[in-house]
Design a binder for this molecule. Sequence first.
Ligand code: NAG
Ligand code: NAG
Length: 341
Amino acid sequence: MLFCSYVCLCFYLKNHFPTEPRPVLTVSPSWLSAGASVTLNCRVKDPSAGWRFYWYKAVPHLSDKSYRAELLPGSSSGTEQDSYIVHEFTAGYSCRAGRGDPEYSSEYSFSRYIWSADVHSSASLTVSPDRAQHFTSDSVSLSCEGNSAEWRVMRFSTEDRYYWSDCTTWRTMTGSTCHINTDRTSDAVYWCESGSGEFSNAVNITVQDGDMILLSPARPVTEGHSVSLSCKLRNITFDSIVFFYHNEKVIQNDSRWELKISAVSKSDEGFYKCQHSGRESAQSWMSVQVIPAVSRPDSSSFPVLLIVGLVCGIVLVIPLLVLFCYSASKSETFFFYYYVL
Ligand SMILES: *[C@@H]1O[C@H](CO)[C@@H](O)[C@H](O)[C@H]1NC(C)=O
Ligand SMILES: *[C@@H]1O[C@H](CO)[C@@H](O)[C@H](O)[C@H]1NC(C)=O
C-alpha cells in the first residue's frame, strides 16, 4: 500500500512537475568564413515527443558576466525541426525546447560560439604586436573598435577552468584595450563584444615558452596585399638556414629569416611554421580575406535603380518595422552566466 502510494505520487509529480533536462546545442564547425552558413542542432534527451524548438542569439550584458537571450527570426512560436541555420558570425547561440499545452519549457542550453576571422567595420579586434604567436613575458594588447563605446574582450580556451572568461578576470580593461596575461603559456580564441550585440573578428593567440616563434599576422591578410612572415628566436639570431613550411611543405630554405609573399592569394591560406637548427616554432593558421568585387551601376541606369531601390526600400521597411515591433514585444529575456563568481 505504502509502495503503491509512493509510485502514484511519483507518477503524479512526474506528470505535473516534469523536470525536463537542459537540451544540448551543437554547432559544427565552430570556425567559419563570411558568406557561409552553419546549422545549429538542439538535442533533447527524449526526442520522440512533440517538441518545439526556440532559437536565441546571446546578447552580451556588459554590467555583469552574462548574456541576454534574443529570439532569432522565425522562432517566436518555436520550430518543429531541431535544427536552425544561421549566417551571422562571430556570435553566440542558445536553444530551448518546449512541449504540451500549456507549454512546459526546458532550460536554455549552454551557449555555443561560431567564430569568424573575417574583419568588419562594426566591430574589430586588433592585436598589438600584430602576430599570432608570442613569447611568454612579451607585452601583448588587444583593442576593440567599432560602433560601440563600450566593449569587453572575451577569451575561450579549453585550458581554462570554465572555458570562458573576460579580460577583467585576468587584467583590467583600459578603455577598450586589454593586456593579456603572458606569464604562462596559453592557446586561446579572443574576440570583442558590445552590449548592443556586436561581435568582432576572432583571433587565435598562442603564448609560447620555447625558444622560437613564427611571426605571422593574427588577423586575415587581404588578397593581393603583401605579407611577410618571419622566424624569431627569443634571444639571438644565428646565421644559418631557416626553413619555412606551408601546410607541412618546405617553401623557403635559405639564410633569410623572413618569408615575403608579394601578392597574397587564397591559395596562400593555411598553416605556417619555421625551423632552424633543430628548433621548431608552433604552427599558425594564416587566413586570407577575399574582397568581393563591387559592381558599380552605370550612369544611364542609375536614376532607374535609385527609384527601384527607394520603392523596394519602402515596401520592405514597413513590414520589417512591423515585424521588429512585434518580435520586440514578444522577445524573451533570460540571463546566463559565462563565469561562475
Ligand atoms: C634545402 O636546400 C638545399 C640546397 O638548395 C637542398 O639540397 C635541400 O634538399 C633543401 N632541403 C629541403 C628540406 O627542402
Ligand atoms: C584557430 O584555431 C582553431 C583550432 O586550432 C582552428 O580550427 C581555426 O581554424 C583557427 N582559426 C584561425 C582564424 O586561425
